[in-house]
Write a protein that binds this ligand. Structure first.
Ligand code: TYD
Length: 209
């Protein structure tokens, strides 16, 4: 059986990765493929712990917040758990997996709170995605969208931090062979069309079942 494809949506908080993950899965299904959406932090035990920390509910005994290196380890651990429990079995069945965030999130976010080389080392040997789509959007627009959606303020939501994360994302996506950068500031429908076009272009030469 042909393995499924691992397609990842990336971008700063408020860039639309969650919406576009769902839209892409719906479109792939319309095209007759089996496709499953997933996300990181995952729904597993380490992912749930991470969500608590991101919302600031999880304080260290001494009262300080969780250190950046610990965050990098937790995200890396959640990724391995997510891959082993969810992603790999689905791909092995021949279904596509569309993930709302994956490896590039760690390289873009944790590189700002832990040593960049060390963060890259943690990512080494982890299954690379077949395609990463970066939704590039100005930090101010992303903040406006989060506000309009009523999303609670999270650990990384300061504009200054997300500005550096956005720069990291652009640099990483330009350097990666299997990544494309799309304008995430367009309307949802326009972005959805561009995402589908990017997927078709990426796999045009690959035989699909
Ligand atoms: P987000 O994707 O916005 O999920 P939700 O919609 O459930 O809030 O939040 C996840 C946050 O975690 C986001 O700020 C990015 C961050 N993150 C990292 O810093 N590193 C990672 O490896 C991953 C997967 C996420």
């Amino acid at each position: 059986m042909t393995r499924g494809r691992l397609i990842v949506l990336e971008g700063i908080d408020g860039s639309g990765t969650t919406t576009q993950t769902e839209r892409l899965v719906a479109c792939l299904r319309q095209q007759g493929r089996t496709a499953v959406s997933t996300r990181e932090p995952s729904g597993g035990p380490i992912g749930r712990l991470l969500r608590e920390v991101l919302l600031g509910q999880h304080r260290m005994p001494a009262g300080g917040s969780v250190d950046g290196r610990t965050m990098a380890l937790l995200f890396a651990a959640d990724r391995l758990d997510h891959l082993q429990r969810e992603v790999e079995p689905i791909l092995a069945e021949g279904s596509d997996v569309v993930s709302d965030r994956y490896l590039m999130s760690s390289l873009a976010y944790q590189a700002e709170e832990a040593d960049r080389e060390w963060v890259a080392l943690l990512a080494r040997g982890v299954r690379p995605p077949d395609l990463t789509i970066l939704l590039d959007i100005p930090v101010e627009l992303a903040a406006q969208r989060r506000h309009l959606a009523g999303r609670p303020e999270e650990r990384y939501d300061a504009d200054s931090y997300l500005g550096r994360v956005a720069d990291n994302y652009r640099r990483l996506a330009r350097a990666a062979g299997s990544a494309v950068i799309l304008d995430g500031s367009a309307s949802r429908d326009e972005v959805a069309v561009a995402v589908v076009a990017a997927v078709q272009a990426r796999f045009a030469s690959t035989a699909t079942p």
